[in-house]
Design a protein around this ligand. Structure first.
Ligand code: COA
Ligand code: ZN
Length: 314
């Protein structure tokens, strides 16, 4: 399916920020809790549909996000924004319930090798454990999303087949998740593969909330987002400034950059509801916070409507 210009003008896209989870988890220095809270509070007023605040993983595995409870408790909850968190197991779910979250974002890899590296267990064991987390969520009336890492390819075991991915989609659909995020954890997807996956997933489960999560590891991130939107997807994870990367995937780099994706979709006429200038201001300040430049082309070049003075004519 290709979207024509008339339908683009009406189409709402839902943008989900992951910088304080996917971005911060791989940082080398601990970002102070109050800085995380201040950033989330600014992002909350920029028009996002959802913000992934932190992750309730083991603090030994991800020390950068050991303050997940304090961050969740400290932020302002702006109406209309869903505040989600990454949950790897039952212990993480119990911690999240104690502070109140709008969604559990569960995680598992489609690649067996990556699942063992990331979550220290076989996929089958992850599925059993996550099924208990889903039961707990249902009992507490908390919606669940499963993020399927390495859905397109794994840096250790290669390309993932559509059949393998659909098998895990089928199993999570059967245990009643609200949504599924198809993650290209290490930037191995290409636009043709994205189109095939998006069409297969949505046609089989049109009622599920579908999200696409791309990393720009090989420069295909925005092309993949475009392929997804042309296949009917309306929900995307992305990271401010393009910060991000999985600590358990060799060579992993940042997510697609939120301001670049929003800039592209806005120019095309989609309705992202994002205040792009607010995002650029946050991204600029984030560079100071982490002490190095972010890989955001838009931060360097400015929006297309930023005009320059013409050089003097002789
Ligand atoms: N929150 C806090 N502590 C946790 C925890 C959680 N969600 N899950 C486990 N722990 C603690 C246990 O209590 C135990 O503590 P102890 O040593 O003081 O007794 C310790 O961690 C080991 O527990 P175990 O059940 O053996 O877990 P593990 O070492 O096999 O780790 C994970 C499993 C999944 C919890 C861990 O590997 C993890 O958090 N990985 C991070 C995955 C991730 O976020 N990746 C990047 C994003 S995709
Ligand atoms: Zn990611």
């Amino acid at each position: 399916m290709t979207i024509d210009s008339a339908s683009i003008a009406r189409k709402r896209l839902y943008i989900q920020e992951v910088v304080t989870r996917d971005g911060f988890q791989a940082e080398n220095s601990f970002i102070p809790t109050e800085e995380k809270i201040a950033l989330i509070n600014r992002l909350s007023r920029a028009g996002y549909a959802k913000i992934e605040v932190s992750s309730f993983t083991s603090p030994k595995a991800i020390p950068m996000l050991a303050d997940a409870e304090a961050v969740m408790k400290g932020i302002e909850r702006v109406p209309g924004v869903e505040y989600t968190v990454l949950i790897p197991n039952l212990k993480g779910a119990e911690r999240a319930i104690s502070v109140g979250v709008d969604e559990f974002n569960l995680v598992m890899s489609v690649s067996e090798v990556h699942n063992k590296a990331n979550l220290k267990m076989a996929r089958e064991d992850s599925f059993i454990a996550l099924s208990s987390v889903i039961d707990l969520a249902h009992a507490n009336k908390i919606p669940t999303n499963i993020s399927l890492s390495t859905s397109f390819g794994c840096p250790m075991s290669g390309i993932i087949s559509l059949d393998d991915l659909m098998n895990w989609i089928d199993r999570f659909a059967a245990v009643g998740v609200r949504g599924i995020t198809i993650c290209d954890t290490t930037g191995m997807a290409n636009p043709a593969q994205v189109q095939a996956v998006c069409e297969a997933a949505q046609s089989k489960y049109p009622h599920l909330q579908w999200t696409l999560h791309f990393h720009n590891t090989r420069g295909m991130g925005l092309a993949n987002a475009l392929a997804a939107v042309n296949s009917g997807i309306d929900r995307f994870d992305s990271s401010l400034g393009g910060l991000g990367g999985c600590p358990y995937a060799p060579g992993a780099t940042g997510n697609i950059c939120t301001e670049e994706m929003v800039h592209m979709f806005d120019l095309m006429g989609f309705d992202t509801q994002i205040d792009i200038d607010a995002l650029l201001a946050c991204s600029k300040d984030l560079q100071s916070l982490i002490g190095r430049p972010l890989p955001s082309q838009l931060l360097m070049a400015g929006k297309v409507d930023k005009l320059h003075t013409a050089p003097c004519q002789p």
